[in-house]
Design a protein around this ligand. Structure first.
Ligand SMILES: Cc1cc2nc3c(=O)[nH]c(=O)nc-3n(C[C@H](O)[C@H](O)[C@H](O)COP(=O)(O)OP(=O)(O)OC[C@H]3O[C@@H](n4cnc5c(N)ncnc54)[C@H](O)[C@@H]3O)c2cc1C
Length: 373
């Protein structure tokens, strides 16, 4: 016999679990199907920079309270060959903080512990899915052991290489930045509440403190070999550019190397499926917006979901009518990243012009994409 629920969520990453908790808090029954085991899910090594409005949204809905995490007060940009620094501070925006830094494994443990014994939300780990299809107003998912799950709607939150997207043959718009990224941890001393983007001639480093002496670090540029071939040079160049505001001692660990691409599913919805998170859109990491935009999109969609479910209207039509045209915010991030990445190739005159305008653009973007609830 088929397992029946209201919403089937495919993918138990941060977006899938948060969506389930949000809907569950409003009495909507959700089943999360995750392909990894529980142990793998809580071993994530990433660090997320989560923006203030997203932190407050999560706390407001009692999904998870991140306000005790490492606070980020400022964002600063430094460019090779330019003395001016671009600053973006919480004070100027009238916010208590810009965001927080969260370890992926702590976030995942918190989310999973919220789901244990939840009256409306369940998670199945190590699920190997075989097929997804819809019939009338129901959606069905079958695993490799022929077990069938049935729901009124499906949220595809299964990441960048979405299985649901490929099953539904949903088209994806892709862009290859022709760059690689390496991420890890650095040891430092100095201002521990400012995140930095430091631009060199042909690559860029983001430094995001998550304690008084350690920072998540992401290196982006034309080749992943750059880290190994120029490590010592890079360190002294980096410290020169940081002008003593923080001093980086050494690169502690590097555990992720990946090509930088951006992409978006052509449709936000398809029949009874709603795409969220990286399954919908992924972007350049330079502006740290992957998780933030995903949760902002989710907040807009999920807000009206319980009412739509209860009203008895045709969900397929409701989903189609409610498409959010969210691509604008993602496109801004990717164009912004492109502009920032290529700005170090412009003349210094142009760079100076950029430094005048960037803070304004950041502020405009920040206000434009904020969650209201
Ligand atoms: C190194 C790195 C650093 C980042 N840093 C930041 C940052 O600082 N700030 C920020 O905002 N964003 C950051 N991002 C982006 C951010 O991680 C993503 O945007 C966010 O995690 C997307 O979450 P998600 O739940 O959609 O996808 P994922 O986290 O990829 O989760 C998808 C889940 O679906 C599961 N799954 C996949 N296929 C199937 C299937 N067939 N069946 C069942 N389950 C399946 C996967 O196992 C996974 O658990 C970073 C990304 C990377 C790679």
């Amino acid at each position: 016999m088929a397992y029946s629920t209201e919403i089937i969520i495919i993918g138990g990453g941060a977006i899938g679990l948060i969506s389930a908790l949000y809907l569950g808090a409003q009495g909507v029954s959700c089943l999360v199907l995750e392909k990894k085991s529980f142990e793998e899910v809580v071993q994530g090594k990433r660090h997320f920079a989560i923006a203030q409005d997203v932190v407050e949204w999560l706390a407001y809905w009692k999904i998870v309270d991140l306000r005790s995490f490492w606070i980020i007060q400022n964002a600063a940009v430094r460019m090779h060959g330019v003395c001016t620094e671009i600053n973006f501070s919480s004070k100027r925006l009238g916010l208590p903080y810009l965001g927080v830094m969260v370890h992926e494994h702590i976030l995942m443990e918190m989310l999973i512990s919220m789901i244990e014994n939840h009256p409306y939300v369940s998670v199945m780990f190590s699920e190997n899915l075989e097929r997804i299809w819809h019939e009338g107003n129901r959606i069905h998912v079958m695993n490799k052991k022929d077990k069938i799950y049935t729901g009124r709607c499906c949220i595809a939150a299964d990441g960048k290489a979405s299985w649901v997207r490929s099953q539904l043959k949903s088209k994806v718009l892709r862009f290859d930045f022709k760059q690689d990224a390496s991420s890890g941890i650095v040891k430092f001393q100095g201002d521990a509440h400012t995140v930095w983007d430091v631009f060199f001639k042909d690559h860029c480093i983001g430094i995001l403190p998550f304690s008084s002496h350690e920072a998540a670090c992401i290196l982006m540029g034309p080749s992943k070999k750059m880290l190994y071939s120029q490590k010592d040079d890079l360190l002294s160049l980096l410290n020169d550019l940081l002008h003593g505001k923080i001093k980086i001692f050494h690169f502690k660990q590097w555990d992720a190397h990946y090509p930088l691409t951006a992409g978006r599913s052509k449709e936000e919805v398809q029949e009874l499926v709603l795409f969220l998170g990286d399954a919908l859109e992924w972007m350049h990491p330079l502006m740290g917006q992957g998780m933030n935009l995903s949760l902002r999109y989710a907040s807009r969609w999920l807000k009206n979901f319980p009412d739509a479910l209860r009203s008895g209207i045709c969900l397929k039509q409701w989903l189609l009518r409610s498409q959010q045209n969210n691509w604008k915010a993602g496109a801004t991030v990717n164009f912004g990243a492109l502009a920032l990445q290529s700005s170090f190739r412009l003349t210094s005159w142009n760079i100076m012009r950029c430094t005048t305008f960037f803070p304004k653009i950041f502020e405009w973007y920040f206000k434009k994409t904020h969650i209201t609830y």
